[in-house]
Design a protein around this ligand. Structure first.
Ligand code: ADP
Ligand code: ZN
Length: 293
């Protein structure tokens, strides 16, 4: 089986072809320029690849409501040229195969639930902490859309008393993304996160905010697993610090074994690593194919 996968990120696009076991057999990537230029490259890549379906996990916000006139479009992004762009229709005209369409983080959650760290679980929450913060939600065996789709990266955490940084979200200032995404770390400390040593106080603040967000996700959604990926999570010391903060924050209120004694297996890195997004898109494509038969 040959399934196409597109991981459409704010910085780069990744296209690939994989199989029903989640194995990516081929891939390319290019920068996220204007949509016409990007689509030319996407189409050139899939032409002749003979894929039976395509799954798309994309940056957003996007329209996921099949009843809506703008279904399949990117909606309000400040990215030049992308606001209102009919992503799904453009592809469907070129490749008349079943297509899966969801946010990049929902795709990653789905990939992890299908082949990765939440395999066998009927729920998980996937955090990406990178240029932005996104939260994908898989619950009771399906991806959660709701009114639009979850936008958990913009929740409002309690401020750390030692944090004087105003926050960088253009909409909310000090929302989670405004305080804890990669660019916020860089602006707060004046250097890129990747250059800050493991013992730097930046990571205590980071864990404080991410820990609150994970605790909130646990309280609100009761996921059976929490997966944390994205560039900032490459800081290996961070995941144990986030677990400690979640534990402190929940204070044993939620009575479930994974939260009391098993946080190491409950809040985890993506098993699919940096492939989570592309594998997730592959899983969306596979699901679209299964729905079509
Ligand atoms: P994107 O979110 O654009 O898809 P990434 O998930 O790679 O891409 O996130 C990029 C962000 O992560 C940047 O802000 C970058 O500074 C930050 N980042 C990347 N690697 C590290 C690292 N090792 N430590 C801390 N921050 C990092
Ligand atoms: Zn915000």
């Amino acid at each position: 089986m040959r399934i196409g996968a597109i991981e459409a990120g704010g910085t780069k696009f990744v296209c690939g072809v994989g199989n029903e076991n989640g194995v990516i057999e081929d891939r390319v990537s290019f920068p996220t320029e204007q949509p016409e230029r990007v689509m030319e490259q996407v189409m050139a890549y899939f032409t002749g690849k003979d894929v039976q379906a395509i799954g798309i996990g994309t940056f957003g916000p996007i329209d996921l409501n099949p009843e809506s006139d703008s279904y399949g479009c990117v909606t309000t992004t400040p990215k030049p040229g992308w606001s209102g762009f009919p992503f799904l229709d453009t592809l469907k005209r070129a490749f008349p195969v079943p297509m899966g369409w969801d946010t990049d983080v929902n795709a990653a959650a789905y990939g992890e639930a299908t082949w990765g760290a939440a395999k066998g679980q009927d729920s998980c929450v996937y955090f990406t902490v990178g240029t932005g913060i996104g939260i994908g939600v898989y619950a009771e065996g399906r991806l959660v859309h709701g009114l639009v789709h979850p936008e958990g990266g913009h929740m409002l955490p309690r401020r750390h008393p030692d944090d004087g940084y105003a926050g960088s979200c253009p909409y909310h200032g000090d929302c989670l993304e405004g305080l804890a995404a990669g660019p916020a770390i860089e602006r707060r400390w004046g250097v890129k996160g990747s250059e800050l040593p493991a013992e730097h106080p930046a990571w205590e603040l980071e864990a404080y905010y991410l820990g609150q967000a994970v605790a909130t996700a646990v309280l609100l959604l009761s996921p059976k697993r929490v997966i944390m990926g994205g560039g900032v999570m490459h800081q290996k010391q961070l995941l144990p610090m986030v677990r400690a903060e979640v534990s402190r924050s929940l204070n044993q209120y939620v009575s479930a074994a994974p939260l009391i004694t098993g946080l190491d297996q409950y809040i985890v890195a993506p098993a699919l690593g940096d492939n989570a997004g592309l594998c997730g898109a592959l899983a969306l494509g596979l699901a679209a194919l299964e729905r079509s038969v």
